[in-house]
Design a protein around this ligand. Structure first.
Ligand code: SF4
Ligand SMILES: [Zn+2]
Length: 328
């Protein structure tokens, strides 16, 4: 196995984001850490991030990774720091390293990082600089979905406590929601995420909808390989995002990983690219008309699949099972 350099981050890249309603250049970095504590208790059903995490990474390695990240930093207004876990977990990012990291980006307008709610404590919040933005992975506003489909290891009330505490500290919250965790039919997934957007919006400055991307070594990958799971359709994602017209004061967007591939959110090869371009435009313009008026032969396939799943009471990948039957 190739030796991993613990002094280098997993990856660094640049993209655009939004700060105070304006499009802004963003530096994105993923620190290599000892990983998410929850993943050592089984972790979430869709999460393969612990693959990038290793034991034995302490303050010195994290600070060396920071130096490597700073070499790529060109004064972008936004900085997004991920850890394949929780940035606020002192086991992952020791307190001294956290202070050094946040201090290094003092000039940025926003520094976004993600944490599970249990690490969002009053003491930690007091120590954060004012340009911090805290991302919380709620995934779903249903405790049943969190327990049975996501295996999240916390409940909705834990998210509410953390989000309220962040907002009381005067910092913005970004909420991540998961579209179509395992065992959910397409229609139920759309409805669950729409309900979750309505729930999270009043507590968030921005809500990011993440359609499930099948990651290696996960429970979901096992289902997907057997044909018992299909990632959501882009049509379904659009149904969720159209809710933006009912909301005010919150940015609703989606930057899906693996989009247009079999492992990620996809429709068909004829329309994937066109719809993903419309999604990119919507993310910044927040104009729901960009999500409407698209047509493709696969739209009928999507509506008939939703009906078939309801009639058959199944969340398996019906098309794949039918194809397998026909090829026998
Ligand atoms: S999704 Fe987040 S909380 Fe769940 S196992 Fe992965 S890193 Fe941990
Ligand atoms: Zn299509």
């Amino acid at each position: 196995m190739k030796a991993v350099d613990l002094t280098r981050p997993v990856t660094v890249w640049k993209e655009d984001d939004v700060v105070d309603g304006r499009r802004e250049k963003a530096l994105v970095a993923i620190f290599r850490t000892s990983g998410c504590r929850w993943s050592r208790n089984g972790g979430c059903s869709m999460c393969g991030y612990n693959v990038e995490s290793l034991q034995g990474i302490g303050k010195d390695e994290i600070c060396a990774q920071l130096q490597a990240i700073l070499e790529r930093y060109e004064g972008e207004g936004m900085v997004k720091l991920y850890t394949s876990g929780s940035f606020l977990d002192p086991d992952e990012i020791p307190r001294e390293a956290r202070d050094r990291i946040l201090g290094a980006f003092d000039g940025a307008k926003k520094v976004l990082f993600e944490s599970r709610p249990e690490f969002v404590t009053p003491e930690t919040l007091r120590e954060l600089p004012d340009h911090s933005e805290v991302a919380l992975g709620l995934e779903s506003a249903s405790d049943t979905v969190l327990r049975c489909s996501v295996h999240k290891g916390f409940g909705v009330k834990d998210y509410v406590r953390a989000a309220d505490a962040v907002r009381d500290r005067g910092l913005p919250v970004r909420t991540y929601l998961l579209l179509k965790p395992m065992y959910m039919k397409e229609r139920a997934a759309i409805e669950d995420t729409r309900t979750s957007v309505r729930f999270a919006a009043p507590r968030s400055e921005s809500v990011s909808v993440n359609p499930l991307n099948v990651q290696r070594g996960t429970v979901v990958e096992g289902l997907w390989k057997r044909g018992d799971y299909r990632p959501p359709w882009i049509w379904s994602l659009f149904e969720v995002l159209k809710l933006r017209s009912e909301l005010s004061g919150v940015r609703l967007f989606s930057s899906p990983s693996g989009a247009g591939t079999r492992r990620g959110v996809h429709n068909c090869p004829s329309c994937d690219r066109r719809l993903l371009d419309a999604l990119e435009a919507f993310n910044f313009e927040q104009d729901v008309s960009l999500l409407a008026g698209h047509s493709c032969h696969c739209h009928d396939e999507w509506t008939s699949l939703i009906r078939a799943e309801d009639a058959m009471r199944t969340s398996v990948d019906v098309h794949r099972h039918l194809e397998d039957e026909l090829s026998l």
